[in-house]
Design a protein around this ligand. Structure first.
Ligand SMILES: *[C@@H]1O[C@H](CO)[C@@H](O)[C@H](O)[C@H]1NC(C)=O
Ligand SMILES: *[C@@H]1O[C@H](CO)[C@@H](O)[C@H](O)[C@H]1NC(C)=O
Length: 314
């Protein structure tokens, strides 16, 4: 059986407005992930692309629909991108990508096998200035080729990549275009997207914190502190007693599927711990998040929890 103590958002409001974070200047990033499979399997199509603005899904594209489909909330933002145009661009990328995969398999004289080709590039803006970018590929999970902006040139990391380099550098202008793409066009696209998306990316959604307790057959009580619906992703969750941080499991942060995140930590309290504990509930869950002016401390109402003993084992 479960006992729940909910701490509502209104409590957060009582604590006063959050200190605004210095996020206006970024960093912001635009990233693209590409995956090509020589043999589509298990629901994976031969080609899939996903673009992200910071850590948020921006759009998807795949070899079946061949359309760039914006994710929520970008799908609601009129004018953020010409999606027909973006679809054409991704189709062209898909074609080059699949040809490259085939070339590599030809090089290794393995035209029948199941192989994976992955590509990733990203550019960043900090204080409205391009502050870093990369472009790299992997074949069957190993580094394959990477763009070096300083030379500029494609740097092979696999024997087969020498051929790819030759092809991608067949004309000098290809290399200059790749450099300009990473250092100028990509940041310019990101800048134009930010006109629409800053509010979404800079939002500070405070966590809703709840504590649940479960009894295990071994008379041990587990206390779970859960934070829901927060953004941005960084959060700290601890179980504490007095000033001491308690050993706990969990702490992973996972997307909630609505542009926010959730996380939890679980602590076990054995019968001995319970006996030695001073009467009233002395365990607290402490939550630190950028949306909160100060850490939020939620007391585990121990006494009430003991009241649930009658239901243990059910
Ligand atoms: C697509 O975008 C490119 C680059 O911004 C532009 O040159 C081109 O005219 C656009 N095409 C269409 C059909 O909008
Ligand atoms: C950001 O940089 C671009 C290009 O350097 C410039 O055109 C634009 O005005 C800048 N925007 C802001 C808000 O400073």
């Amino acid at each position: 059986m479960v006992t729940v103590v909910s701490v509502l958002l209104s409590l957060l409001l009582l604590l006063g407005p959050a200190v605004p974070q210095e996020t206006q200047a970024g960093p912001y990033s635009l990233s693209f992930f590409y995956t090509g499979l020589s043999k589509p399997r298990d629901g994976f199509l031969s080609f899939q692309a996903t673009a992200y603005l910071n850590d948020q899904d921006f759009f998807h594209y795949d070899s079946e629909d061949r359309k760039a489909i914006p994710s929520y909330p970008w799908s609601q933002m009129e004018g953020i991108e010409d999606w027909e145009n973006e679809s054409e661009l991704q189709k062209a990328r898909e074609d080059i990508f699949m040809v490259t995969l085939k070339d590599i398999m030809d090089y290794y004289k393995d035209t029948e096998g199941a192989h994976t080709f992955q590509g990733m590039f990203r550019c960043e803006l900090r204080n409205n200035k391009s502050s870093g970018a990369f472009w790299r590929y992997a074949y069957d999970g190993r580094n394959f080729i990477e763009f070096n902006k300083e030379i500029p040139a494609w740097v092979p990391q696999d024997p087969a990549a020498l051929n790819t380099k030759q092809k991608w550098e067949a004309e000098k202008v290809y290399v200059l275009r790749a450099k300009a793409y990473l250092e100028e066009e990509c940041p310019a696209m990101l800048r134009s997207y930010l006109q629409f998306s800053k509010i979404h990316l800079d939002r500070q959604d405070p966590p809703t914190v709840s504590i649940t307790s479960h009894w295990t057959p071994a008379e041990t009580q587990t206390l779970k502190c859960r934070a829901d619906g927060f953004y941005p992703r960084e959060i700290e969750l601890h179980w504490i007693q007095g000033d001491d941080t308690q050993e706990a499991e969990g702490g992973d942060v996972v997307p909630s599927g609505n542009s926010t995140y959730q996380s939890w930590v679980v602590m076990s309290v054995s019968p001995q711990d319970r006996a030695s504990r001073s009467g009233s509930g002395s365990y607290s869950c402490r939550v630190k998040h950028s949306s909160l002016a100060q850490p939020l401390t939620v007391l585990w109402a121990g006494a009430r929890a003991e009241g649930s003993e009658g239901t243990r084992g059910q």
